[in-house]
Design a protein around this ligand. Structure first.
Ligand code: TYD
Ligand code: MG
Length: 464
């Protein structure tokens, strides 16, 4: 007889405990523990069977393990395929997270439409919207999106049965938080339900070779909705980001068992769906203002260089402590850069609000962004634009160390080459051995500020 026991799982960090507590012992968040019922048979049965086994299981040298020829499913959306590492892997489970209205349903509907047009069998399970609403979206996306079979269902057993009988090559579940298993008493979207749904879907997907994409919401902190538990269960976690009011969207992989995690896809939301931005650098450089507080950063996103505009605004304030607002960069990084600027480069913004923004709603999470942030702030603080005689903005990259030194970051040659493509030269950067032509090396942040003013700032204008 199966014995039922309760466990308590944290919605935020996935910590499990035997007793309920107001505060999670794992992550110290309040009121995040949720009850999950565990059936005792599975664990003890597994324990017994290991004891009863006659011969121990044999390991195999990896060389002799058969590796299946991986046939990836191209979604017909180049940027999505690249982030996935070359398309969807049959039988894999992908979690696509993003805030409401960002375009998750749109991109998945487009991908299924393309797959259907390529002769693949697909299925779109919608729990959030009615089939009629999904059809209305598909009408905007074109003919092939209308060929996708849709199933409006929130009952987990029903969805599993549908996948079992239709055995599609690819299936989207939009969203995993709406699924509900009748065997659990908790509400849809709770840890127990979401975990149960993901487990059941993974199982049926693997058995039928169906590539499953689970759409999930993200919490305000940006984690894929509550259950971190999902993140280690799935093969791939994709995050769709951007500002809803702006049209740019970025897609990145937080985890990918079948490819790199640093790839970034850039899209633009248009009237008829998402359009890939094939040369995002050109867009962002073209839109760069080259006004004071604006600098171009040569960033690396996965395997490709990307030029983005970093903007800063420094405004005197009476508010204590002054505001530090970071969009697209890490807040702590901004605090560190402000400290280094004041301590080692003579740029003190003590009683001023500081806002830093990466234009286009892109996030850059690499230390190579430090120098651009520092120069943008210095330029905003002095009200001095940093641009060359033709009005082209200064381009730079490099990590800033705590003692004010500039530190090496990888792929200097590719970053410089990307900037040169748009006529941005010289590129301010930490010194590297065998510096590529077009790179202007600086050893410290203070030296970089000096060069910036001489080649792009006040000194250049005075000389003219
Ligand atoms: P949607 O995919 O429904 O977002 P999510 O599933 O992430 O909540 O799309 C959100 C927005 O995109 C919606 O406000 C309408 C807009 N949109 C377009 O601008 N063009 C289009 O072709 C489509 C389908 C949607
Ligand atoms: Mg949606």
């Amino acid at each position: 007889m199966a014995k039922q026991r309760s466990r308590y799982v944290c919605r935020e960090c996935g910590h499990e405990s035997l007793a309920w507590a107001g505060q999670c012992p794992g992550c110290s968040e309040w009121n995040t523990l949720e009850e999950v019922v565990v059936t005792a048979t599975t664990a003890s049965a597994a324990g017994r069977s290991t004891r009863r086994r006659a011969a121990p299981p044999r390991s195999i040298p990896l060389r002799e393990v058969e590796s299946p020829v991986e046939q990836r499913l191209g979604t017909g959306i180049g940027e999505l395929d690249r982030v996935l590492g070359g398309g969807l892997v049959p039988g894999s489970l992908v979690l696509l997270g993003g805030s409401p209205g960002i375009g998750k349903s749109t991109i998945t509907a487009m991908a299924l439409g393309n797959l259907a047009a390529a002769g693949r069998s697909v299925l779109y399970v919608t729990g959030e919207e009615s089939a009629a609403q999904v059809r209305m979206r598909a009408e905007r996306l074109g003919e092939s999106a209308l060929d996708v079979p849709a199933l409006a269902e929130t009952d987990l057993a029903g969805v599993v049965a549908a996948i079992e009988s239709e055995r599609p090559d690819a299936c989207v579940v939009d969203s995993v938080q709406t699924l509900h298993s009748a065997e659990l008493s908790s509400a849809p979207g709770s840890v127990a339900q979401v975990r149960e749904a993901a487990n059941a879907l993974m199982e049926v997907g693997k058995r039928n070779g169906t590539a499953l994409v689970l759409v999930g919401h993200v919490t305000k902190e940006g984690a894929v909705a509550g259950p971190r538990v999902l993140e280690h269960l799935v093969d791939c976690v994709l995050l769709f980001e951007g500002e809803r009011e702006r049209s740019y969207r970025t897609l990145r992989a937080l985890k990918n068992r079948f490819g790199a995690t640093s790839e970034l896809g850039v899209f633009e939301m248009r009237e008829a769906g998402l359009v890939e931005v094939e040369d995002p650098s050109a867009r962002f450089v073209g839109e760069a203002t080259a006004a004071s507080g604006s600098v171009v950063l040569c960033a690396m996103e996965g395997t490709r260089p990307l030029l983005v505009e970093v903007q800063a605004l420094v405004a005197p304030t009476d508010v204590v402590p002054p505001r530090r607002v970071a969009n697209g960069i890490d807040r702590n990084r901004l605090a560190m850069i402000l400290a280094v600027l004041s301590r080692h480069a003579g740029v003190g913004v003590g009683n001023a609000d500081v806002f830093v923004n990466v234009a286009g709603g892109v996030r850059v999470d690499e230390p190579g962004a430090d120098l651009a942030i520092a120069l943008a702030i210095a330029s905003a603080h002095r009200g001095e634009p940093l641009s060359d005689r033709e009005g082209r903005p200064l381009a730079c990259f490099g990590e800033v160390g705590l003692t004010g030194e500039l530190r090496y970051v990888a792929h200097a040659d590719r970053r410089v080459a990307e900037a040169l493509k748009f006529g941005l030269s010289p590129v301010l950067a930490p010194a590297v051995r065998e510096a590529p032509p077009g790179l202007e090396p600086a050893g410290t942040l203070r030296a970089a500020l000096g060069v910036a003013r001489k080649r792009f700032g006040a000194a250049l204008r005075e000389a003219a």
